[in-house]
Design a protein around this ligand. Structure first.
Ligand code: PHE
Ligand code: ZN
Length: 859
């Protein structure tokens, strides 16, 4: 396969730019016509041809300054025009087929709704254009279509004119006063229910808020609209950032490759992140709606007003915007549970990506298909890097840096280096070493070692760092790592170090190693590191079970307390893997923990959660899946039987109050459901699960019961699953939870079971949410089923991907991820995983999306 690798360092400024665009879009299911008039300008002094990106369209006509133009030729990926004037009007007419666009990029029609998705490079499927983020233009867009089928016609900006024709069509013209890159272009047409509201900004601008949802779903949009107003207020309060148009629109669509898209003034959302009510959405769904709504809103400044110069800079907008939505969510809900959520994502997914051949820095250097770089590294590790700025500079310093960033770059397309430079100038800090986080990939390991001198009563602690080589980068340099640090003895007393290297609770590890001395301290002193997950690293701090419990009791940092319990569970599971038993003293201590924290539902809920299989993989090498899964299972079983009465007390401790989505209740429900998950493995389990399922007045408790049932008796699980399916058969978004539960169940006949589900009336390969729920959940979260010793799980997923890839390469390339992460598993798995990867790479007609990931993985 011939592929075109793009490199960050090859960036060249555009040879031409486009400053103004006037579009006319005539909607038609299979033959939509688009007439685009662009004002083109040559940049600098040169005679190079004008290359315009374009794919999967028919070119109907082309004119320069109103005259038909034929000095052009079709070249790979677009057209090339020669001998154009320095400044001119380019008119391009194209025709496309939205109904048969199953890739969901560009303009597509699904479920009777026309909508666009242009990030990263979808605009080139609508018209011939300079499809790159450093070309910013003003747009005026007229959309016309059948009035009855598409009463709502939307595009970016403000509506300025509308009209009707005698042939049953109508049209609306939209104008967006803010210059923008074409990836922020959007257009939507359909027949929706509308929720309207308004918001007045601090400076007194009245903004109309409009939320468009499928007919009949109005009530499910209320929470999203309220979330939007909270996000608008928060950004004003926290960063002094106000919205800048008269209208803000959000449209929920059922067919969408990603979560949502921040198109200027017209966000398009996967309906999964808009629609929510007590009956059909869990607490987690409510949380996600609020956080995605905020994320897209925050992009208006970090992404739209200041955008990326090129796609290698994606983390400039995504890392920063994820950090902003995380801070918002922490303020709206609670800091600890949020932090734990982010760390789980890092440990389960980002560390795995870094350990695979897809490892890349948050600012990648080489890309074949940009869609493959919307990764946990760019987004979540990117957000961790921004968080470290915040940690190092403090909230005030960070705000100063942000102010400076907007002062310098509002209206521009810039780089990650520009962001660092603004932070640096505003705070007068030298951030050059810190900036290595942008270019170095891999997960650093921070080692902690200690030496205690009994005679002198001194403790010497050394922190070291080491980043293992990654596929893309052999040599690694020491990074600038902020390590939150506490030193505590077995009475909870905290000690400062002799040399004052611990400042504001942080040690800066900016060399291969740093030594800390503590004089006149007791032998029981322990180093407690990486409070609040102060850096995206792994920690190697050898501690005994007793010491972990000491940290749990006495650390100031609640994240460290939770993490000590996670390490303790990991240690216990290791004991089982080594055929040893978990000492009674540990069970006794765990019972004490539960009793001591019984009123702290948030912490208790988190501390009763056993690390996921995926997290455990990251603290092990050469994983034998069945062996690790069974060690984890047997630990869970013992946990339930040893702690049964304590867990029962927890579960019983929650009087059933009627549902509200508020934090104290969320914490309580979480705690209750985690306890139920354990109790499912005991003799009482069935009765409790059935009781909770029958009495639940909300989806969180219904699903909690179902999840618990998944690890109990098959009979109860199956009967509850059947009841659930019957109740929710009409609502595919809810049924996705059911598909996912099916796909993650451990059962002998899992592959046959999935095959049966693929023919479920509500399942369709055309909808990414369905595919992710069934096939994605299986590949990512059913380790025993996916990693069957005979390789049949790998083969099953591969067969499916080969088919999916023909319609939707972007989604196929995401679901191939678990196969590409073979490095972490035992040899016997590796061979069979690679066999399927080889099958994929040799497949004729494979998309470049899947090709890039698979070929890197085999290299
Ligand atoms: N930019 C979108 C977001 O973060 C993600 C996205 C990327 C959506 C590509 C669609 C396509 O919020
Ligand atoms: Zn984003």
């Amino acid at each position: 396969m011939s592929v075109n690798v793009k490199r960050r360092l090859d960036y060249q400024p555009p040879l031409y730019t486009i400053t103004n665009v006037v579009m006319h879009v005539q909607l038609h299911a299979t033959a939509t016509r688009i007439k685009t008039v662009s004002t083109v300008q040559r940049v600098g002094d040169h005679n190079s041809p004008l290359f315009l990106d374009g794919e999967k369209m028919q070119l109907l006509s082309l004119a320069v300054n109103g005259e038909a133009y034929n000095l052009y030729s079709h070249v790979e990926g677009g057209i090339s025009l020669t001998e154009v004037p320095d400044t001119f009007e380019l008119t391009v007419e194209t025709e496309i087929d939205p109904q048969n666009n199953k890739a969901l990029e560009g303009l597509y029609l699904s479920n009777g709704v026309f909508c666009t998705q242009c990030e990263a490079e979808g605009f080139r499927r609508i018209t011939y254009f300079l499809d790159r983020p450093d070309v910013l233009a003003k747009y005026e867009v007229t959309v016309s279509g059948d009035k009855e089928k598409y009463p709502t016609l939307l595009a970016n900006g403000n509506p300025i004119a509308k009209g009707e024709e005698s042939d049953g069509t109508h049209w609306v013209t939209w104008q967006d006063p803010h210059p923008k890159p074409c990836y922020l272009f959007a257009l939507v047409a359909g027949d929706f229910d509308l929720l309207e509201d308004s918001y007045t900004t601090t400076s007194g601008r009245d903004v109309k808020l409009e939320l468009y949802v499928d007919k009949g779903k109005r009530d499910k949009g209320v929470f999203a609209l309220e979330s939007l107003k909270r996000a608008m207020k928060w950004d004003e309060d926290t960063f002094g950032l106000e919205y800048d148009l008269d209208i803000y629109m959000i449209v929920a669509v059922d067919f969408f490759n990603m979560g949502a898209m921040e198109n200027k003034g017209l966000n398009v959302f996967n309906s999964k992140f808009v629609l929510a009510d007590q009956d059909s959405a869990t607490d987690e769904d409510f949380f996600n709606v609020e956080s995605v709504i905020a994320h897209e809103y925050f992009h208006n400044w970090t992404g739209n007003r200041v955008t990326c110069r090129d796609w290698f800079q994606l983390s400039l907008k995504e890392g920063l915007t994820v950090f902003r939505d995380q801070q918002f969510s922490a303020d709206m809900t609670s800091a600890l549970s949020n932090r734990i959520k982010h760390v789980r994502v890092m440990r389960e997914h980002q560390f795995a990506e870094d350990a695979s051949a897809m490892s890349h820095p948050i600012r990648p250097d080489e890309v074949i298909e940009m869609n493959n770089f919307y990764t946990v590294t760019v987004y979540d590790k990117g957000a961790e890097v921004i968080r470290m700025f915040h940690t190092l500079l403090g909230a005030d310093g960070f705000r100063k840096g942000m102010d400076e960033y907007f002062r310098r770059h509002d209206g521009q397309a810039v780089t990650c280096d520009d962001f660092v430079a603004a932070m640096q100038t505003a705070t007068e800090r030298d951030l050059s070493h810190f900036a290595k986080w942008y270019s170095q990939s891999g997960t650093p390991v921070v080692g902690v070692s200690r030496m205690y001198d009994k005679q002198k009563r001194t403790l010497h602690i050394s922190l070291s760092q080491h980043t293992p080589a990654t596929a893309n980068q052999q040599e690694k340099e020491p990074l600038y790592i902020p390590v939150a640090f506490e030193c505590i003895d077995d009475t909870g007393k905290h000690y400062p170090d002799d040399d004052g290297l611990i400042k504001d609770g942080l040690v800066i590890l900016d060399k291969p190693s740093v030594s800390l001395m503590f004089s006149d301290v007791p032998e029981s002193c322990l180093p407690v590191v990486l409070g609040n997950f102060s850096a995206p690293v792994k920690v190697d701090n050898p501690l005994s079970a007793k010491e972990l419990l000491q940290i749990f009791r006495f650390a100031d940092d609640p994240f460290n307390r939770w993490d000590a319990m996670q390490s303790l569970y990991d240690w216990c599971i290791t004991q089982i893997e080594l055929d040893k038993s978990v000492p009674d003293s540990v069970w006794k201590a765990l019972a004490d923990v539960i009793a001591a924290e019984k009123d702290n539902h948030e912490l208790l809920g988190e501390c009763l959660s056993i690390p996921s299989f995926e997290t455990l993989c990251q603290t092990r090498v050469g994983v034998d899946v069945a062996a690790l899964a069974s060690a984890r299972q047997s630990f869970c079983a013992q946990f339930a039987s040893e702690l049964q009465s304590a867990l029962l007390t927890v579960w019983n401790g929650f009087s059933s109050v009627s549902y509200t989505y508020k934090q104290t209740d969320v914490n309580a429900r979480r705690c209750k459901n985690v306890a139920l998950g354990h109790l499912a493995r005991t003799a009482d389990g069935e009765a409790l699960i059935e009781k909770q399922f029958a009495e639940a007045d909300n989806m969180t408790d219904s699903l909690g019961a179902l999840r618990a049932a998944q690890s109990g008796s098959a009979e109860v699980f199956n009967s509850l699953m059947t009841a659930f399916e019957q109740k929710w058969n009409h609502d595919p978004l809810v049924l996705d939870k059911w598909f996912a539960l099916n796909a993650t169940t451990e059962r002998e006949d899992i592959l046959a079971h999935i095959t049966m589900l693929k023919s479920h009336p509500q399942f369709t390969m055309g909808n990414p949410n369905r595919v992710r729920a069934l096939i994605g959940s299986f590949a990512f979260y059913n380790p025993v089923g996916f990693h069957q010793p005979d390789g049949s799980g790998y083969q099953y997923v591969t067969d499916y991907l080969l088919e999916l890839d023909q319609h939707n390469p972007q989604v196929a390339a995401r679901i191939v991820t678990p196969l590409t992460q073979w490095q972490n598993y035992a040899d016997k798995h590796q061979q069979k995983m690679k066999a399927q990867l080889t099958r994929l790479v040799n497949h004729e007609g494979l998309s470049k999306d899947v090709f890039e990931k698979v070929s890197k993985s085999l290299a």
